[in-house]
Design a protein around this ligand. Sequence first.
Ligand code: SF4
Length: 53
Amino acid sequence: MQGHGSGFLAENAQIKPEHEHAAVCSECGVCEEHCPQGIKISQELKEVKEFFF
Ligand code: SF4
């Protein structure tokens, strides 16, 4: 991740309550069952976690 978006995410990572951080994803996959775009959300959150934390 680079550019404008990474700054936004970094700022939000600091202001969000801890229970809403990407790091708390348990990879249950429930959200992926509902995503109309087929985004592998748990994998994406894992990458966000590795990038920011
Ligand atoms: S896979 Fe989706 S629904 Fe499950 S914990 Fe992670 S973000 Fe939440």
